[in-house]
Design a binder for this molecule. Structure first.
Ligand code: NHW
Ligand code: EN5
Length: 388
């Protein structure tokens, strides 16, 4: 069934439930000198390219490839539309490797037709912190699908990750592969229900009218938590302490240091928004919430071309109830004109989804590790990791 994945050091379906297998690396680290020195062979019409994302023209080519060929929902009504600023943020975290931003071009025309990326991350699994690559943005042009290009691209990025002496990876996908460490549900909170219904993102509920629906999803004009404000550069040390302590409760979570927090959580216009609660009495940072901006192209609608979506990122509550904190996040997102606020049922999110009128979507997200076995499938609430 999985001719490629059966050959890879990942959990296999036949081993699911086998409690005799140990947790940890599936195959041992090999000496760097044994890593293949030359790139894998592509079909003869194509060539490898290392993408310089700092270069505006290259960034535009990547943006165009993804805008026209990246992930769609199961009815092909929407397609992710990551912005260029978002791609630069996602692909240049502390310690990133340019060699992990890999493209495939047509030799004669130099047209970019496929892409895959990795970025380094320290991921903690139970009490081990493992250097990993987070793999994302795997994309093959629609006209080149089903030609087994993806396995070659995965092998090539694996080789380039190995060359940096890194032997594990984390990735997510909407499709089932051998084998998920966890399967999560997408939930959606309507902010602009009229538009969502008009474009087919959501449907009018039974015995509902449009005006009742608009009223149902109405939110206050301003946030309610005293001391709620945007995160600033001076907050990095306090937010790092808060988030490290919070993430320690999950089985799989990033091991963020201050540089990571500055990169991943300091607000960047139209990319990532972060808010915190500074106690009006003690001036301590007690709570935190964040979301990233990922619009989707609306395919074939006369009136609208993009859906503006916010995705729940990392949230920490110690003093403010998580429900109230996330309600403030919804208020901010509504004020900033987002159409929908999306979240997975990871971390403690299940505690607010229903009450804040999120509804389950038709999509799931499966989490995977490469060359690292987890003995039992994890509950979404045991995951403390968000991939973009
Ligand atoms: S998930 C989003 C992936 N991208 C899309 O869905 C965009 C639209 N689709 C496409 O562009 C986030 C193509 O359909 C793609 C497949 C390119 C997906 N992950 O070339 P063939 C990520 O980016 C397997 C992994 O003929 P294609 C995460 C499939 O099972 N494998 O197919 C990426 C089959 O193998 P099998 C996937 O449709 C993680 C083989 O590819 C996959 O023309 C990557 C078929 O290849 C997916 N999403 O192209 C893994 N989709 O064994 C990283 C299909 O079943 C691993 N396949 O025969 C770690 C690497 C680093 C390790 C470091 C130590
Ligand atoms: C790697 N970083 O299927 C990511 N999205 O539910 C790659 N559905 O938006 C993997 N089909 O349910 C991504 N509306 C995997 C996800 C791929 C995209 C995807 C789903 C997630 C989605 C929407 C639109 C469905 C359109 C028809 C959906 C219902 C919303 C409704 C709002 C009101 C309350 C009930 C739910």
């Amino acid at each position: 069934k999985h001719k490629f994945w059966e050959t890879q050091p990942v959990g296999q379906f036949k081993d699911v439930g086998d409690t005799s297998l140990p947790e940890g690396p599936i195959e041992p680290t090999t000496p760097l000198s044994e890593v293949k020195q030359e790139p894998y062979n592509l079909p003869s019409l194509y060539e490898w390219t290392t993408c310089d994302i700092d270069d505006e023209d290259t960034c535009t080519e990547i943006y165009n490839l993804l805008t026209n060929n990246y992930v769609e929902d199961d009815e092909n009504m929407f397609r992710f539309n990551y912005s260029k600023e978002f791609l630069r943020w996602a692909l240049r975290p502390p310690g990133y490797f340019k060699s992990w931003h890999i493209g495939v071009r047509v030799k004669v025309s130099k047209k970019l037709v496929a892409f895959i990326t990795g970025v380094p991350a320290k991921i903690r699994v139970r009490d081990e912190v493992v250097n990993m690559a987070e793999i994302n943005f795997l994309c093959v042009h629609k006209k080149l699908r089903s030609k087994r290009l993806a396995p070659v691209m995965i092998k090539e990025i694996t080789r380039r990750v190995h060359l940096e002496n890194i032997w594990q990876a984390a990735y997510t996908a909407g499709v089932v592969l051998p084998t998920p460490i966890s399967t999560c549900q997408y939930w959606h909170r309507s902010l602009n229900p009229k538009k969502l219904i008009d474009v087919g993102f959501s449907r009018l509920g039974a015995r509902m009218t449009i005006s009742r629906t608009i009223k149902l999803y109405k939110l206050p004009e301003s946030t309610v938590t005293p001391g709620f404000r945007k995160m600033e550069l001076r907050d990095v040390p306090a937010v790092t302490r808060l988030i490290r302590n919070y993430l320690s409760q999950f089985v799989v979570a990033p091991d963020f240091d201050e540089n990571d927090v500055e990169h991943w959580l300091l607000p960047t216009e139209n990319v990532v928004d972060s808010y915190l609660v500074e106690s009006p009495e003690t001036h301590e940072v007690t709570d935190f919430c964040s979301f990233y901006t990922l619009p989707s192209s609306i395919l074939g609608n006369q009136n609208y071309s993009t859906l503006k979506a916010a995705y729940s990122y990392y949230n920490v509550s110690t003093q403010t109830p998580l429900l109230q904190l996330m309600n403030d996040a919804l208020i901010v997102a509504k004020r900033k004109d987002y159409d929908v606020f999306n979240a997975l049922d990871i971390m403690q999110n299940a505690s607010f989804l229903k009450e804040l009128k999120f509804g389950p979507g038709d999509g799931q997200l499966h989490y995977y590790l490469y060359n690292y076995r987890i003995r039992h499938t994890l509950k979404p609430s045991e995951l403390g990791l968000v991939l973009l």
